[in-house]
Write a protein that binds this ligand. Sequence first.
Ligand SMILES: [Zn+2]
Length: 317
Amino acid sequence: MNKRTVTIYLTFIGILFLLVFSLYAASFINREPAAPLATPTAIATPTAAKPAVFDGSRALADVQTQVDFGPRIPGTEGHDQIREWMRSELEAAGWTVETQEAERMGHAIYNIIAKRDARSPQIILGAHYDTRMYADHDPTPGMQAMPVPGANDGASGVAVLLELARTLPKDSVPVWLVFFDTEDNGNIAGWDWILGSRAFAEKLEAKPRAVVIVDMIGDADLNIYLEKNSNKEIRAEIWSTAEGLGYADKFINEEKFSMLDDHTPFLEKGIPAVDIIDFDYPYWHTTEDTPDKVSAESLKAVGDTLLKWIMSESKVP
Ligand SMILES: [Zn+2]
């Protein structure tokens, strides 16, 4: 090797070394930061930057908690307990809670309203928290005078709203979460359907862009068809959001049922409203409406969809 060859050779080795070294360094840059060996809580960085994720299993646990209170029939202990529990969960998540008292057909009504600030709501999300006093669709005649446990019919909607209270980003459009009382005792002497939402809609002065009701959305075999009376524009937005998230098998883009539900009083008032309901539920108004029929995946599909739809509303100028 002459001097020139040696120089070329060394230069070549130098370039190779630099290449290998920069690749090695780049692998470090791309790598996730290593977990700290200990968790120094005192210097923990705020977690605000982390986007909140709707936790389906936490929502499912909330279904179980509600059923464990016993039937949530107006005037019962379970009905009192669920209100106290909802209040503490909402307040822990940073919401201000109001109880709206009213009376219909001689029955006291307690709607629970959660707000994050004083702004007028652009979106109202609603679910009924009461349960039906008689399981009159139970296949066993002897069971038809028993109360409905209401895991899907009652608890599932409440669970989705509570988990949304914990995960909805603070920079969303103004949202109210409303937990309606006395929805579910229609066709019983001295009662009617949707008493709580009727009382609420009657007093409502705000003009929200949309009211969205969730009812019976926890069925492990979830089939939510387009409800016929619902506002078509808002309905289409929500179903296409679900499709974008890969939930087209659960949010089926076809009309099927026409419901009288908590969306009805708002529609009657001229407020765009949508009912998200899976009415293909074999345990509807039976003693078998229990938490084992509900899945975390179904609750999450509905929660993720509403979260994304609300945040897309929030980007509209
Ligand atoms: Zn019902």
